[in-house]
Write a protein that binds this ligand. Sequence first.
Ligand SMILES: O=C(O)[C@H](O)COP(=O)(O)O
Ligand SMILES: [Mn+2]
Ligand SMILES: [Mn+2]
Length: 522
Amino acid sequence: MNKKPVVLVVMDGIGCTEKDNGNAVMHAYKPQLDTLIKTCPNIQIKAHGLAVGLPSDDDMGNSEVGHNALGCGQVYSQGAKLVNESIETGAIFKSETWKEALDSCKSGTLHFLGLLSDGNVHSNIAHLEAMLKQAKADGVKKVRIHALLDGRDVPETSALQYVDQIENLIHELNDENFDIKVASGGGRMKITMDRYEANWKMVEEGWHIHVLGEGRKFASMKEAIETYRKELGVSDQDLPGFVIEENGKPVGTIEDGDSVILYNFRGDRAIEISKAFGNENFTEFDRVRFPKVFYAGMLQYDGDLKIPNKFLVAPPHITNTMSEFLVKQGVKSYAISETQKFGHVTYFWNGNRSEKFDDKLETWVEVPSDVIPFEQRPWMKAAEITDLLVDAITSKEYDFLRVNYPNGDMVGHTGNYEATLIGVESVDLMLKRIMNACDKAGYTLLVTADHGNADEMYEKRKNPEDAPKPKTAHTLNPVPFIVYNSDVQLKEGHFGLSNVAATVVELLGFKAPEGWDESLIK
Ligand SMILES: O=C(O)[C@H](O)COP(=O)(O)O
Ligand SMILES: [Mn+2]
Ligand SMILES: [Mn+2]
């Protein structure tokens, strides 16, 4: 085998299935991908469920677990699973953090903030339910819930199902000693859950809604959702923020002496709001009022920056990553994406670490993303990313280059089939430029994805005559793994994203370290 530098392309959200119902991958015009699959060694690898450390094979893949597995060559039990286990054993409720949270709000309120669904990507409503029951059992007097609506990891207009579920539990738990209510909420793509500092305005709006109780007022979550749906016709993820009021007053602003638990377990969209609660000297927006609260995350979202410093369940301690390995070998690497996925190829890739292992050997490049609905610009920043990536390849400065193209995923999440076709086509167009650059430089090119999304843009129909309903979530499908410009042969069998790291380092001429899953090369 000829050892050469390697370029790895992650086509975010581009999975493989033979089913053609709303399959924007199959139906996109994508001559490069088609040719690569026809003419190059390629297999399909698993990107969901147990293969990436999720609780079961019913769990779709996602960027965090996908990039963790790609970047570390191993499968770790992930947040979704770790929290389940901690609740099952009761460890979470014996933790110092849980006790401190309860002690700190003895004469105040215990607030739970998070994504209200069972998507199991950022959160699980079952975790919230378990904590509400335990709070009551532990003698908490007053609880308020701040519920972010999903429609992105679950069907796009499914919010009322989760609202009913939580309202039923609230009804069951409420009595003269336990006062529990929903206080505020809003669509996850409108408030609070921004990531990678793409749009701090979202977090600022969330702060006003949850903390200050400022925003449009409704008598119930259901009324808010139904009103906004009627007025705007948007999916759950895009519903504006709302504040629940009684007698003209918000029922649950966040005040000095309260405790706040962010029950999301995934970090990317939890870090900014955690900074707003946790940083004394915070400058991203004017908080107007900064209540002195005890704040904890379900997990610690960033191990380097210790965000937040209090957390209920320890995150997977991901070690022995590919970046660490390459740095030890003195290999120079390059990582690039646009804002929306920049942290995926850096922070997730390096096992949820925001710092580099070595400043000189690692180059990270972020192309600023547009702040607009992505169905309006499905090509996103693919061309700008490729301009820089091609320069980096041509410079011959780096031995390992990785890139994430968000289009299949970010446009896929809008549920807009036509736009997603263009998203996939944009990525395909870029592949040709990268192939050319690799040809000239004599580099190996690997093309894969972190999970599916664009491959299923319609929900399964109950009756064949039903109109297609847009599907916004990821899929359970495998992803391609293609080798271009190398004479290797690939193994046959059942493999997953965690087999990619060993493959990369072997192509670079190294023996993969002990403990990594095997390479895909025969
Ligand atoms: O955060 C999101 O946008 C979705 O919940 C998951 O998408 P990702 O895992 O591809 O980032
Ligand atoms: Mn992804
Ligand atoms: Mn996604």
